[in-house]
Design a protein around this ligand. Structure first.
Ligand code: ADP
Length: 416
């Protein structure tokens, strides 16, 4: 272990921190009033000795305790006569003493003028307390090191409060994870169960009465239904993969020239049958074409999420989609007349795993809007909702209009 010796001069360690160093004279300004300088110095001494919230002590150049106040007695538990002349390393836990932390702190204080640390320290009775420590190197007017001032505060309660808050945060995160696992398993199971039933029924028919399978196009119908369930499963898994991608950074985009009008038409055609089954008429207000540079697959995903939500939460009522653009911005709105969203939930629904409906009435992992929000942000845009409970919701996407490359090459990109 290194032992600090006296004889340090300001600047001995080749630093350039004079402005930080305690200058001995001049650091304290005395009033010119009736009090003599001696009175004021007595007052200062009294102040230091009677302060109880702070342990204020001085050390000699080698770290031996030279003065001790009431606060030090209160925080560390030693009376002045028990501790004066002892090395200050006795306040440090053995593992810190073993690597030379006390000496390192003094060296740092010499080098920097001042050294601050938070960590565990030991009281006289052996218990630990969480200390905030400031050590100041004391140089005299000739620049010679005369010792150190050390001010310690007991932050144990603050530390415990922080730890309690952290525990609470961890507990909430664990709870959210467990809840998510249960919702996700339920969601994955929903298409899996009918798929399993369908496949076993088909196998039984194939074994007992294979002709019945092909009669009336049954095989084609059953297979179409089965692949619908597989697609649902694949979509759910894609959503989970997207969330884990987003967790490790932003969604990577692959912008390319595309027609947003055509994309909205494609999505609505894809969901026409589902909308009709839910009693929703899809009304479109689109320009003939609206070309720009965006990530086609991601835009499809965003529009799909809004349309499927409108069908899910707006059954039995019309759904209106409108698309427009000026020189700078594309605006897409998806409006339903469904159950609406409570004002207290409206800002939360874009968060991960947040659902504003009971899972008994509606399925869903609470990921669609989160992913949609991320996609829109990755394109430099924004998403908003306006909604009234029982009246319906309108989701509005605003996305920067991107210039098409004049050469037709792949040089253009949206903000990713
Ligand atoms: P979910 O899979 O639960 O639909 P989303 O992230 O797509 O997840 O939506 C989050 C929540 O926002 C939903 O659980 C629902 O409560 C609410 N929500 C989304 N879209 C609508 C809508 N068009 N009408 C009413 N509520 C909606």
């Amino acid at each position: 272990m290194r032992v600090l010796l006296g004889g340090w001069k300001r600047g001995t360690l080749g630093d350039n921190h004079d402005h930080l160093l305690n200058s001995g004279n001049g650091a304290i300004t005395y009033s010119r009033g009736e009090h003599s300088r001696r009175d004021t110095e007595d007052q200062l001494r009294l102040l230091i000795s009677s302060v109880t919230d702070y342990a204020i002590l001085t050390l000699d150049v080698r770290g031996y305790i030279a003065s001790w106040n009431l606060g030090a007695e209160r925080i560390k538990g030693y009376l002045a006569e028990e501790i004066l002349g002892q090395h200050f390393s006795r306040f440090y836990p053995p593992e810190d003493v073993a690597w030379g932390k006390p000496e390192w702190e003094l060296e740092s204080a010499i080098r920097l003028g001042r050294f601050e640390d938070e960590g565990w320290r030991i009281r006289k009775d052996g218990t630990r307390f969480w200390a905030n420590v400031v050590i100041t190197a004391l140089f005299d007017e000739t620049g010679e090191l005369r010792g150190f001032g050390k001010v310690t505060r007991d932050f144990t309660q603050r530390k415990h409060a922080e730890e309690t808050r952290e525990m609470e945060r961890l507990r909430e995160a664990l709870h959210a994870r467990d809840e998510f696992l249960s919702v996700a398993s339920h969601e994955l199971k929903t298409p899996l169960t009918p798929l399993q039933l369908k496949l076993s029924a088909m196998r039984r028919t194939a074994e007992s009465n294979p002709e019945a399978l092909v009669a009336d196009g049954r095989l084609a119908r059953e297979l179409a239904a089965a692949s619908g369930q597989v697609r649902k499963l694949a979509d759910l898994i894609d959503d989970l993969l997207d969330v884990s991608r987003i967790n490790v950074g932003r969604l990577p985009l692959e912008p390319a020239r595309m027609d947003l009008s055509a994309l909205v038409r494609d999505v609505t055609t894809r969901y026409e049958a589902q909308a009709a089954a839910a009693g929703c008429r899809l009304e479109l207000e689109l320009p003939t074409s609206l070309e720009g540079m965006w990530d086609r697959r991601r835009m499809d995903q965003a529009v799909t999420n809004l349309v499927t939500n409108a069908i899910k939460y707006g059954a039995g009522k019309p759904i209106r989609l409108s698309l427009s653009a000026d020189d700078t911005t594309v605006v897409l709105t998806v409006q339903d007349e469904g159950i609406g969203i409570a004002p207290t939930q409206q800002h939360r629904i874009f968060e991960r795993f947040v659902r504003a409906v009971s899972e008994r009435n509606y399925g869903g992992m609470g990921l669609g809007l989160f992913i949609t929000h991320q996609i829109v942000e990755a394109h430099g845009g924004s998403i908003q909702v306006e909604s009234q409970l029982g009246r319906g919701s309108t989701f509005t996407l605003q996305i920067p209009m991107t210039r098409l490359p004049t050469t037709g090459g792949p040089g253009m990109s949206t903000r990713a």
